[in-house]
Design a protein around this ligand. Structure first.
Ligand code: DQQ
Length: 535
């Protein structure tokens, strides 16, 4: 990588150089080690020449790189080894199903397994000589340019494996279902597991159970009345990850979203900023389900080529069902807290309307900040216009500098001393009938003096009642990424920013309140983050 790299992260995963994307082709645990596989271009900072790069870790924080695990080597993947997933078979053997691009540029699904099961790093993978194991044909009517990203397989009570593959038919997104008795010979089911009208292509689907009771994770094959199922897909059209919560009807081999959940651009999202092609895996070391996603750049392709790299991975998040079954909750894995150093701690600090407060003694470039607010004076809340249904639009219309009644209040991160540059993560409270609605925003519009970046503002409605609950925000700041969790993980927003002044010692952290009503910071804790060992 070229020198002078203010945007390289210090604790978010990224390789030393080049392009990464798609996913962590299904991370997994094997013999006590976490394996991360990800889409990687060994030859440059733009997408292409895709192989599966590979790293392992004991703690999901520090990583050891290995040579690429899967790369083009046979006819069925000669034009690329795209996304896929690992499944651990009942005998403990991990198997990978992945999408290969064949000489006709068709998307087909291939099988690979470790060469040597006693190597805990699983460095070498061998492919079936007779790959592919699933392919588009005249008979099955599968669209050969929209057939990719097999999920982790689940084993039904009938002892047959099932896997879904993302696809589309015209504008209908599809989760094509295949079944197998031996994991090698796969038969397409007559009906997809699920489909969605008008969404376009479903990339990187993920299908998994979540416990209806508590935060404990559930293994992928569990089907009983103590779980709900989640279907997630990445919409190629909007580049966001959407999910619904529902029931897996095993007798029909169909997934049915619960009432109120929709397969559309307005559906629930894992993250309301930049976060794509994510996947979950069940971590049987700690009995939790972990979600991991890729965060693309917001800089120009030219700048990516200049800096020699593109893409980072978000911090892995534990994911579980909220107690009302209405949404998923996400929280950064606790292992990341090992990197915390030198806590700064404030409590019961009044943040007057129109004021800001610098948080000193933290290294604002790489920090973990947790803040909670107590709000009063609800009569000051602005009225929510019934037409303001799109939170991102509302956040861009009412950015951090637009004064309000209750809010905007929150944090200025990666901020220059004189606020020529800052990224604002904040709340704004509206009144709608007799209820209060909390809007959470991440405003990048002032994040950099370099105009050559995508500085779109992001937003989400946060399902917290500010009258009875504390309003909390956690933000993970790491040079060019700002990952924010509102309401203890009820809404997440990830942003990429490229300050020109707020770099090195020029980066600062503030709490701010641009509303006219005072708010109380009940607690603010900020830590410097140590650098993780990533390569
Ligand atoms: N990128 C991969 C595909 C996947 C997409 C190719 C997601 O397998 O559908 O690199 O970004």
């Amino acid at each position: 990588t070229p020198p002078n790299q203010p945007y390289r992260t210090s604790y978010h995963f990224q390789p030393p150089q080049n392009w990464i994307n798609g996913i962590l082709n299904r991370p997994m645990v094997y013999k006590g080690l976490y394996h991360l596989f990800y889409q990687y271009n060994p030859k440059g900072a733009v997408w292409g020449n895709i192989v599966w790069a590979h790293s392992t870790s004991k703690d999901l924080v520090n990583w050891t790189p290995h040579d690429p695990a899967i790369f083009p080597s046979q006819e069925s993947d000669i034009n690329g080894c795209w996304s896929g997933s690992a499944t651990i078979l009942p005998n403990g053997k991990p198997v990978i199903l992945y999408t290969g691009i064949n000489p006709q540029n068709q998307q087909v699904q291939n099988y690979a397994e470790p060469k040597n099961l006693s190597d805990p790093f699983l460095r070498e993978w061998v492919k079936l000589p007779h790959n592919p194991v699933m392919a588009p044909t005249q008979a099955n009517q599968i669209n050969a340019s929209s057939f990719r990203d097999p999920t982790t397989a689940w084993l039904g009570p009938d002892k047959r494996w099932r896997v879904i593959i993302g696809s589309k038919k015209n504008r209908r997104g599809l989760a094509i279902l295949y079944r197998s008795k031996d994991f090698v010979y796969w038969v397409k089911a007559k009906h997809p597991l699920h489909s969605g009208k008008g969404t376009g292509m479903w990339e990187c689907p993920d299908f998994f159970p979540v416990s209806v009771d508590g935060q404990v994770g559930v293994a992928t094959s569990v089907i009983d009345n103590k779980v709900k199922h989640v279907l997630k897909y990445s919409l190629d059209d909007t580049k966001h990850d959407y999910y619904t919560i529902g029931t897996y009807n095993f007798a029909l081999d169909k997934y049915i979203p619960d009432k109120g959940f929709v397969d559309s651009y307005s559906g629930l999202r894992y993250d309301y900023g930049k976060f794509y092609a994510s996947k979950t895996f069940f971590d049987d070391i700690k009995n939790r389900r972990i979600l991991w996603g890729w965060v693309n750049e917001s800089s120009s392709v030219n700048d990516d080529i200049k800096k020699g790299w593109s893409g980072v991975q978000a911090i892995p998040r534990t994911i579980w069902l909220d107690k009302y079954g209405k949404q998923l909750i996400q929280w950064p894995i606790p292992e990341i807290e090992k990197l915390r150093l030198n806590m700064v701690n404030l409590s019961n600090k009044l943040l007057k309307g129109g004021s800001k407060l610098q948080i000193s003694n933290v290294q604002a470039l790489q920090a973990d900040v947790e803040v909670s607010f107590k709000v009063s004076g609800f009569e000051k809340a602005e009225k929510l216009d019934p037409s303001w249904t799109d939170p991102q639009m509302l956040c861009s219309r009412k950015g951090a500098s637009v004064k309000g009644g209750l809010g905007p209040f929150g944090l200025y991160v990666l901020a220059s001393k004189g606020l020529e540059e800052y990224t604002a993560v904040f709340f704004r409270i509206f009144k709608s009938n007799e209820k209060y609605v909390v809007l959470m925003c991440s405003d990048q519009s002032r994040s950099s003096l370099n105009e050559d970046n995508d500085k779109t503002t992001y937003g989400a409605f946060l399902n917290v009642d500010p009258v009875y609950e504390t309003l909390s925000l956690r933000t993970l700041i790491d040079h060019s990424i700002v990952e924010s969790f509102g309401g203890k993980g009820k809404a997440c927003i990830t942003a990429r920013v490229y300050p020109t002044l707020a770099i090195g010692y020029g980066a600062n952290l503030f709490a701010f309140n641009n509303g006219n009503q005072d708010v109380q910071i009940t607690s603010l804790k900020a830590w410097n983050m140590k650098k993780a060992m990533i390569y």
